[in-house]
Design a protein around this ligand. Structure first.
Ligand SMILES: CCCCCCCCC/C=C/C(=O)SCCNC(=O)CCNC(=O)[C@H](O)C(C)(C)COP(=O)(O)OP(=O)(O)OC[C@H]1O[C@@H](n2cnc3c(N)ncnc32)[C@H](O)[C@@H]1OP(=O)(O)O
Length: 281
């Protein structure tokens, strides 16, 4: 028979994590009742490519966590090889115009919500994080990556001009010269390189350890007044957020114009085919 001691331990363990009521289909949200930290898990197999629906769910999750006054937000992936492959290229290749508009608007919303999030934010990067994957991670305040991953903003390599928020994110974590060169070259960094240049703060040997490090980072704010903390964060990020707002419409129109261009469509088609061919060979 189970002792009352082990039963109470089990009950305690069961109550530690709860799924948030409005957790959506492509993001799972779990709140640790002990620490008050919410973990958002990107869950769009196979590679968490950011389509309209995933971006929508991610935005909802971030806002929900912020409104529920969690102690912090950790972003991670349900895939053990890929954090996120960035924007779903299928959404940009021969796109439906209204959907392409929605895609970009949702990406902008997610960036605003994550970069300007009042809570401490951390990314447990448990797999590759090219392009939009890197954008999500660098919108957070702290990053831990696993060994043998690749991360970077490679938009230029696809013939895409990195939007202004890519620049803000890189300038926020890297020295200006390193940020500019990385963006202009479309560099993808290995785990070791990312750590060396400061694109990530730490390396962990497993997803669990990465999540633990993220929790430890968030715990460093335990003694800080949450309002004072978030207002200070906004003082650092406010100028970026304002400039983003003033260029938001222009960037949306540029994006739509850009992907409407026949050469761009041809290039995207070739790139997509190249990704698929890799698996056929
Ligand atoms: C202001 C002006 C603005 C104008 C400019 C606009 C700027 C845009 C800003 C943002 C841009 C982006 O994010 S663009 C997205 C850039 N992303 C990338 O370049 C990532 C490319 N993918 C990879 O590197 C790799 O797939 C990686 C993520 C590391 C995972 O490698 P794996 O070996 O584990 O998996 P793979 O076999 O390669 O991929 C599994 C399947 O997913 C597909 N796939 C991979 N990445 C995909 C993707 N991003 N979109 C769709 N499909 C993808 C592959 O073709 C495979 O399909 P099947 O073979 O059919 O199974």
């Amino acid at each position: 028979m189970m002792s009352s001691m082990s039963l109470s331990r089990m009950l305690r363990a069961a109550s530690v994590c709860r799924t948030m009521s409005t957790a959506t289909k492509l993001t799972a949200v779990e709140v640790n009742d002990k620490t008050g930290i919410a973990t958002v898990t990107l869950s769009r197999p196979p590679i968490n490519a950011l389509n309209v629906e995933l971006l929508h769910d991610l935005y909802q999750s971030i806002k929900e966590i912020e409104n529920n006054k969690s102690r912090g937000l950790i972003l991670t992936s349900s895939n053990d090889k890929v954090f996120s492959a960035g924007l779903d290229i299928n959404e940009m290749y021969r796109p439906d115009k209204d959907r392409a508009r929605l895609l970009w608007t949702k990406l902008q919303d997610v960036w605003l919500a994550l970069y300007g999030c009042a809570l401490p934010t951390a990314a447990a990067i448990n797999g590759h994080a090219p392009a939009g994957g890197c954008l999500l991670a660098t919108s957070c305040e702290y990053r831990v990556i696993l060994p043998q991953c690749r991360i970077g903003l490679n938009e230029i390599q696809l013939g895409l001009v990195p939007p202004i928020f890519c620049m803000f994110n890189f300038l926020n974590v890297l020295p200006r010269r390193v940020a500019e060169r990385a963006l202009v070259q479309g560099r993808i960094f290995t785990t070791e390189q990312a750590l060396q240049i400061g694109l990530v703060d730490d390396v962990a040997s497993s997803k669990e350890k990465a999540l633990e490090k993220c929790s430890q980072f968030i715990a460093t704010f335990a003694q800080t007044n949450p309002l004072a903390r978030s207002l200070t964060k906004l003082k650092f990020r406010g100028a970026d957020l304002q400039r983003f707002e003033s260029e938001r419409t222009n960037e949306l129109e540029s994006f739509l114009e850009f992907i409407d261009h026949p050469q761009m469509q041809e290039d995207l088609g070739i790139y997509l085919e190249g990704l698929k061919k890799k698996n056929r060979n």
